[in-house]
Each structure stands twice: as C-alpha cells, then as structure tokens.
Design a protein around this ligand. Structure first.
Ligand code: FAD
Length: 464
C-alpha cells in the first residue's frame, strides 16, 4: 500500500483543484478610500456573498459593501467537497439531536432554502456543474447498519424520498468491498463546483450593485457615534450594520473563538477516470457520498470524472488556519490509503491535487449567530463542514437578525441560542490531539479510544 500511495501522490499539485482553472476571475482592487454603507459584509465566501446578494435583492437602495482579505472563495467556499444538501442543520440526525422540538420547521426551511438556491442558480445562469443525484450515506461496519436504518426511518418520517440499500443493492450504485449498506436520499441533494458557484455569486453581487473590495482585510472594528467603523490597510468603512462572515478565521471580534474551533480538513482530487475505471466503480447516479468511518470520508465525482475524496481532520495550536501547514505529501498519505482501501480496483490512479481547508467546528455542528455591539454586528458561522447550501440560509437569517429579527425563523432556538463554549488553549489543543488520534485509530485499535470519543460526544461534538 505504501508504495502505491507514494506513487499516486508523486506529481500532486499542493493546491485546491476547484480554482485551478483558466477562467478564474481577476482579483478586484482593494479599498483605498473612506466609504459609508448601510451594510458592510466582511468575508467573500458563500455566507458573505449570499448576504450581499439578498440584502440588495430585498432593498435595492441599500448601500452594501463587501470586503474580503484575499479573493472570493479563497476560504472554505473554494476548498470544499461541493456536496449540496437540503438540511440547514448538518443533516436530519443532527437536527434531531440539537433541536428536536423544531425539527419539522427546520426541515421546511431547509427545503425552501434549497429551492431558492436552485432558483438563483438557474435564473442567473450560474453554471456551477450542478448535478442532483442525491446523497448516499454508507456503513463500513455491520455494527453501523442499525443506525443507518434509524437514519432511513427519520428521513421517511420527514417526507424524504430515501431508499435503504443492502449490500447487494448498494453495489448497483457504487462498488467498494468496504461498503455494507447505504441510505440514498434522492431528493434535492447533489454536487456543485464550489469555485464556479462562488464566482457566479460574486458576478451576481456586482451586477446587483454591491461594492466588492478584495485583498482588503478587516484590521479593526469599533463603535463610533452609533455606527460601526471598520479599518482596513488603505481605507475604512463606516456602516450601520456589519455582518462578520469570516467562518473559521473568526475575524471581527475576539470572543468569536470561544464557540468555534478551526479544524483543517484535507482533500484529494484524482486524475479523470477512464471509462474502464468508471465501469469498475459503477457510480452511475453520481451521488455525493459520506461513509461512517470515525474519520469520515466524503467523496463525489467532478464533471470530468475525477473523484474528490476528503476527510482527514487536524487541529494546529491556537487554531492556525493556514493551509501552508498542509503542503507535505506525507500529510495526505493516510487519506490516500483510505481512498485505495475504499476503491482497490483503482490501483494505479494518480492524484492531481491535494489541499486543506478550514472548518468552523461548533458543538452544535450547524450555523449560529453571535451578536455584538447591541446587535449592530452579527457573526454567522459554525457550519462545521456542512455549509455549501446552508450558508445561503445562514446569510438570510443573519440579515434578518441585523434588521431586528422580523422573520418567524429568527425566533426559533437555533437563531436565538448559542452553542457551548469550548475550553481555551492549551486544553483545546490537548483535547484535539487526543481526539484526532482516537479518530485516526479507533476503527483498527479500539481500546480507550471509543470511550474517549463518547466522552467528547457528550461534551457536544457528535463524533461517535
Ligand atoms: C475541506 C472542506 C470540505 C467541505 N465540504 C463540504 C461539503 O461537501 N458540503 C458542504 O455542505 N459543506 C462543506 N464544507 C463546508 C463549507 O465549505 C463551508 O461551510 C462554507 O463554505 C462556509 O462559507 P463561509 O462564507 O461562511 O466561509 P469561507 O468560505 O471560509 O469564507 C470566509 C471568508 O472570510 C475571509 N476573511 C477572513 N478573515 C478576514 C478579514 N480579517 N477581513 C476580510 N475577510 C476575511 C476569508 O478570506 C474567507 O474568504 C467543507 C469545508 C471544508 C474546509
């Protein structure tokens, strides 16, 4: 296995696959003058872009400025797996865990959000390679089949078109010797090209009259005469309201990090599969797939039939989010091993790209809203690796909170309550190291690792 993995990684580019395209848009010029706005959005990922778009659509005379420290989609939005889901709460099981009372309302909101997401893409001609093959959750151990059945029941209860697939039926959808059973949720879920989506949203925001300044980091945020002043290296913005859409980077307020743990997640892209290789895995419906390993893997196909395969988490002291830490081939070897363990029939296939991205882990595993400066500033984040479509919803609710919480959903618990505080350093780092080790080795070694993962789950992170 070791030789196969090092051969497969030999020529890999250490950069995200998605933005590595000739049609990558130019980075827009930075802010260089003092400006005023009704709404300032900080962060040019999905949350920030959707917020800017929805603010202008709701009120075309609202002056909206968006600042981004690098370029749109340079954060998680250009680095993710691109699996698009209907749930706005990190899946139905997680919604049942965190807000059992509101689950029906949250399901309706998720479906409305997905319809709105699809409508905006279609109406504005955003070609982001969307494919609606659904989502497939697969068990890799017999012991996981019962919880898969429970998940299936939950999906049926809330009206999803979900199918339970036993081992033989599953082999008709994807062939892996590791897969024991699966639940295929067919309705409105699938995959998108995340960078094309973000760039399309950026174009739409500009068309709607949003002023966007890239290479413009927020340096400080202060209240002055009832308004908010944001300072950047070469200019400042005075705004009535500020949305901090800074995800795992947590910029804008020093308290955000109390409830967010920035975790790096790794991803590999393969070279395009040949027809024979495609036939060998039989992935005809092209679903987004999640497996149930303790170090979960997710995967999907691209338009040119590469496999995007992700899922090795890591935490650096003080939550360092720089992907530069992840530029060593060796960092990706365990993920590559998991790939060939899943698809041994693809031996000889090479990886073209390897990268990591920052995930905003929260104990709730879903978006929450932190209010600062008497509600003039809101941070929206905590999607915990499940925000491709939920970010549109997070942006909508954040805007409503900034406008005084007039929507019924802004009064549900997910919008009014906060996830738990996570202990600070060095306990955070220590806990993360033990947890990552347990996640890496629990499937093979068991022992203390399973009780530890149960303990971490009891603290609020549902790892086991
Ligand atoms: C590896 C990986 C795989 C994932 N896979 C999936 C998936 O398959 N499906 C799914 O639903 N979700 C997935 N996610 C999660 C999803 O990508 C995120 O939830 C979503 O992109 C969050 O968007 P965002 O705009 O909130 O954050 P980001 O895209 O991270 O945007 C935040 C932006 O803020 C900017 N910023 C930071 N600091 C400053 C500052 N001081 N001044 C100005 N700007 C600043 C950053 O540069 C960045 O562009 C994945 C995430 C990762 C990392």
């Amino acid at each position: 296995m070791r030789t196969m993995v090092s051969k497969a990684l030999a020529d890999v580019k250490m950069e995200p696959f998605w933005p590595d395209r000739p049609d990558r848009p130019e980075t827009l010029p930075p802010l260089t003058a003092p400006r005023k706005a009704d709404l300032l959005v900080v962060g040019g990922g999905f949350t920030g872009l959707w917020a800017a778009i929805q603010a202008r659509q709701a009120k075309p005379d609202c002056a909206v400025i968006l600042i981004e420290k690098s370029s749109a989609a340079s954060g998680a939005s250009g680095r993710n797996g691109g699996v698009a889901s209907t749930s706005v709460m990190h899946g139905l099981s997680n919604a049942a865990r965190i807000f059992p009372k509101d689950i029906a309302a949250l399901e309706v909101l998720g479906q409305e959000n997905m319809r709105g997401f699809m409508q905006v893409i279609a109406e504005n001609g955003i070609d982001c390679h969307a494919e609606w093959g659904g989502e497939l959750n697969v068990a890799i151990e017999d012991s996981q089949i019962d919880s898969l059945r429970e998940e299936h029941d939950l999906h049926l209860k809330y009206g999803h078109n979900a199918v339970f697939l036993d081992r033989d039926a599953l082999a008709g959808h994807i062939r892996s010797p590791r897969y024991k059973a699966g639940v295929w949720t067919k309705d409105v879920a699938g995959t998108v090209h995340p960078a094309l989506l973000a760039w399309g949203l950026k174009r739409l925001a500009l068309t709607l009259g949003v002023e966007i300044y890239e290479t413009t980091p927020l340096l400080s945020l202060e209240e002055t005469a009832g308004k908010m002043r944001v300072t950047t290296p070469h200019g400042s913005v005075v705004a009535d309201r500020v949305l901090l859409a800074t995800n795992a980077f947590m910029a804008g307020h020093r308290h955000i990090k109390r409830r967010i743990v920035p975790i790096r997640d790794r991803v590999l892209a393969t070279e395009p599969l040949s027809d024979a290789q495609m036939a060998a895995i039989g992935w005809g419906n092209r679903q987004g797939i999640y497996d149930m390993r303790t170090q979960m893997n997710y995967m999907r196909l691209t338009k040119d039939n590469r496999i995007i395969f992700g899922g090795r988490l890591a935490y650096a002291f003080n939550g360092d989010t720089s992907p530069d830490v992840d530029r060593e081939h060796a960092t990706y070897a365990p993920l590559a091993e998991a790939f060939f363990d899943t698809f041994p029939q693809l031996e000889g296939l090479a990886f073209s790209h390897a990268w990591s991205g920052a995930i905003d882990l929260s104990t709730r595993m879903a978006v929450h809203f932190q209010r600062y400066h008497g509600g003039k500033v809101v941070y929206a984040g905590g999607y915990s690796g499940f925000g491709v479509t939920a970010s549109r919803f997070g942006a909508r609710v954040a805007l409503d909170i900034l406008n005084g919480s007039t929507l019924p959903e802004s009064r549900l618990e997910f919008a009014t309550q906060l996830p738990s505080i996570v202990p600070p350093e060095p306990f955070r780092w220590l806990g993360a190291q033990i947890t990552m080790n347990a996640l890496d080795t629990a499937d093979q070694k068991g022992g203390w690792r399973l009780p530890w993962l149960k303990f971490v789950s009891a603290l609020g992170f549902p790892l086991h």
